[in-house]
Design a protein around this ligand. Structure first.
Ligand SMILES: C[S@@+](CC[C@H](N)C(=O)[O-])C[C@H]1O[C@@H](n2cnc3c(N)ncnc32)[C@H](O)[C@@H]1O
Length: 418
């Protein structure tokens, strides 16, 4: 670890057994209590550096619970490392691919604080966690300490020898943290390491011109056509938010799968997939009794046509990702709404409607229109109309700006619906 690095200095005192023991002895982090706790630790004879380091780690552990659950309480973090780490349940889904493909040893190349490496090791796979950043390596080593099959060392993707393990996992850094305060990078050649190096490693890991067992986490905005044929790209959404697109090469790719969507919700992980031949776009048609808003992962994976087929649905406008059908079908791949009314968009008309129907609690959604939901809410001031609730969906129907008044299926028991 370089003595002149801020991150190194901030974490170094906790990497010693005494520092870690002190950190582990602290009560749950409480922002209101920091000054008092800091003074008490100083009065007990601990150095200012150690006190600052343990309180920082205590704060990061509290924040990390969202990604790592109870494991966070025995882990160390850097702020950037936590920000970039894969949440443990998602890392476990990645790890299972390696296990299912029979890949017994994996290098996590660019391991950060070791989020993905922990999940791989948790399945009993042999894991070499490698990062060019010595602070990340020190932290990953500590986070992997209870996994006998895992090690961590410093190294670079540029110098990596793919024959060191059967499989490779890569999660290139996609954020500019030094100058851009967390700004995300969209060109995969700006990732660190760049996509071209990831693909080169996949080729060198394979044999006879085939790509080897490599998985790589990419930004959800990745262009599928820029990635090789014969690989699977899986878009993953986590409780409605599209987090990543993962490139799966060689035996890690689903047989014949070109792209897939993995939608994780309270009910588990749900998968939809398509092959190279593509899927017909859904046909346009009249607005039915139900509207479906496909999950972002389904849209990005080019699976709207497949979802439409499954729902027996059509589009209200061929350029907009809303589907409509006459039946309610509950699916993890889309949010469903029962349509109550539809009208051309107009503020006066909408105000009259909301007043007549006493609708004051509004969720406002939009696709394919320039109207900004929050600006519209300011203009409507809906609270004055009553306590009834509705979802307003602003969109184009047959090229015309329209408002659909709807109720979310999740608020309606199935038997109340037409
Ligand atoms: C997004 S983070 C990895 C997070 C990790 N998967 C986790 O769940 O904790 C990317 C990591 O790649 C490392 N990195 C970037 N370029 C690298 C390179 N050329 N060689 C090795 N590591 C690199 C960075 O230091 C950073 O720790």
């Amino acid at each position: 670890m370089t003595a002149d690095s801020d991150a190194a200095r901030a974490i170094e005192p906790v990497l010693h057994p005494g520092g870690l023991a002190l950190l582990d002895s602290l009560p749950p982090y409480d922002e209101q209590d920091v000054l008092r706790r800091s003074a008490a630790l100083r009065a007990a004879g601990h150095s200012p550096e150690l006190v600052s380091a343990v309180l920082t780690q205590s704060r990061l552990r509290a924040r990390a619970a969202e990604k790592f659950g109870e494991f966070a309480d025995s882990m160390l973090f850097t702020p950037d490392g936590l920000e970039q780490a894969t949440r443990l349940p998602v890392a476990a889904l990645h790890a299972r691919r390696f296990q299912r493909a029979g890949v017994a040893s994996v290098t996590d190349l660019g391991c950060g604080i070791g989020g993905d490496a922990m999940a791989l090791a948790g399945l009993g796979l042999e894991v070499q966690a490698v990062d060019r950043d010595p602070v990340a390596v020190a932290v990953a080593l500590l986070n992997l300490r209870s996994f006998p099959t895992a090690t961590a060392r410093q190294g670079t993707a540029e110098d990596h020898d793919p024959s060191a393990s059967e499989g490779l996992w890569m999660d290139p850094a996609r954020r500019v943290t030094s100058r851009g305060a967390g700004r995300r990078l969209h060109d995969p050649e700006d990732y660190s390491p760049p996509l071209s190096l990831v693909l080169d490693l996949a080729r060198r890991l394979g044999a006879d011109g085939d790509l080897g067992p490599l998985g790589a986490k990419l930004g959800p905005g990745i262009d599928r056509s820029a990635l090789p044929a014969g690989t699977e790209v899986q878009w993953l959404s986590w409780h409605g938010q599209v987090l990543e697109a993962t490139l799966w090469c060689g035996p890690l790719a689903g047989a014949g799968v070109h792209s897939s969507a993995l939608v994780v919700d309270r009910g588990g992980a749900h998968r939809l997939e398509r092959d190279e031949t593509g899927i017909d776009d859904p046909v346009p048609g009249a607005l039915g009794e139900h509207l479906y808003e496909p999950d972002g992962a389904v849209i990005r994976a080019g699976l709207i046509g497949r979802l439409a087929e499954d729902l027996g649905a059509r589009t209200v406008d061929p350029t907009i990702a809303y589907l409509t059908a006459d039946r309610r079908i509950d699916t993890p791949f889309a949010r469903g709404y029962a349509v109550r009314d539809v009208m051309p968009f107009g503020i006066k008309r909408l105000i009259t409607y909301l007043r007549e129907h006493r609708l004051g609690v509004l969720e406002i959604k939009k696709r394919g229109t320039a109207v900004e939901p929050e600006e519209l809410r300011r203009k409507l001031r809906p609270r004055r109309f009553g306590t009834g609730s509705a979802t307003l969906i602003l969109t184009r129907i047959d090229g015309e700006q329209s408002v659909i008044v709807a109720s979310p299926h999740r608020d309606l028991p199935a038997e109340d619906l037409p």
